[in-house]
Design a protein around this ligand. Structure first.
Ligand code: NDP
Length: 292
């Protein structure tokens, strides 16, 4: 039976340490680290994520500033909001809640975020540094960093391991693959056109699933003893629950758990780590800016 990686507990422990460090920072500088969020549109999931991030900031003693913009906003209005956060000395980290409405040029908006405040690590310069050998980004994206912490917490040997990442999105798959490569894993990135996905997964010591397909990866695909990080968060109908739905991962937990050495939970695995890494990056940004 696999060790269940409890992201909730790991996140709680890390957030307690962040809260202590924020208190020290405040006592020293007389102000709190601040996270600024720009959200455009009325995507319900995005609204929920923004609320969760604001609540998490409050819990560790950080300030949060949200700029909420209407869905039919203009490119100029979004750019002005980002520039205002760049210029606001009380804001040390900036997050652009994705996705932006389809008519907004996401690449341009992400490229406007101050490199010193790019706590989500999505500025093209930071992503470029993440991709290059011998370079380090100012900040690495939150969800992929959370996956790496979970692997470290479970004692995974990453250097020399065969790692299979399923998914190549800019937010999860691609950056987590780059972090694994930086940690000296041999990385295979799979996607919707990959031939023989089960065959590739079977060779993996580490599997990161970030597809967005409920219970897609089966236990029979796994190499016995593999470590599985399930990023997927899929809402499925379930009449037996009070709400009528529940969340499942991209990995079929019931068949994977007897085969894997360790597997993260959904919910309660990668999700809580994402917010924690964002808080950690915001504290780091405030410390660096204060030291300048
Ligand atoms: P995207 O939809 O942007 O990317 C999905 C990726 O999976 C694509 O690269 C796609 O391939 C690949 N894919 C889709 N179907 C298949 C398939 N049948 N076989 C192989 N590959 C496939 O999703 P995200 O990366 O944004 O998110 C992935 C999952 O992670 C979602 O469930 C999301 O909710 C969750 N998530 C969780 C977070 C957390 O904090 N816990 C944060 C962010 C996301 P192709 O490129 O060829 O289309």
């Amino acid at each position: 039976m696999a060790h269940i990686i409890d992201g909730q507990a790991i996140a709680r422990k890390m957030q307690a340490k962040i809260a202590e460090d924020v208190a020290v920072f405040k006592a020293h500088y007389g102000y709190a680290p601040g996270l600024g969020v720009v959200m455009a549109g009325d995507n319900a999931a995005s609204q929920m994520y923004v609320r969760m991030k604001r609540r998490a900031c409050g819990e560790v003693g950080m300030e949060s500033f949200a700029t909420l913009i209407d869905a039919n906003t203009s490119q100029a209005e979004v750019e002005i909001a980002v520039k205002a956060l760049n210029d606001n000395p009380a804001v040390h980290g900036i997050l652009i809640q994705l996705p932006l409405p389809p008519h907004i040029d996401e690449e341009k908006v992400l490229g406007l975020v101050s490199l010193d405040k790019d706590v989500d690590g999505f500025h093209p310069v930071n992503i470029g540094a993440l991709a290059m050998k011998g370079r380090e980004p100012n900040f690495a994206p939150a969800t992929p960093s959370g996956c790496m912490v979970l692997l470290q917490e479970v004692g995974a040997k990453i250097s020399g391991a065969n790692a299979v990442v399923i998914g190549r999105s800019n937010i999860v798959g691609l950056p987590v693959a780059m972090l694994l490569l930086k940690a000296n894993a041999t990385v295979t990135i799979c996607h919707s056109r990959t031939a023989d996905l089960p065959g590739l997964v079977r060779q993996a010591d580490i599997v990161i699933a970030a597809i967005g397909q409920p219970e897609f990866v089966k236990g029979s695909w796994l190499k016995p003893g593999a470590i599985v990080i399930d990023v997927g968060t899929n809402k499925v109908d379930d009449a037996s629950t009070e709400k009528g739905y529940r969340y499942v991962g991209d990995v079929e937990f019931a068949s994977a758990e007897p085969v894997a050495a360790a597997i993260s939970k959904v919910p309660g695995g990668v999700g809580p780590m994402t917010i924690t890494m964002l808080l950690q990056n915001t504290l780091l940004a405030a410390q660096r800016l204060a030291a300048k």
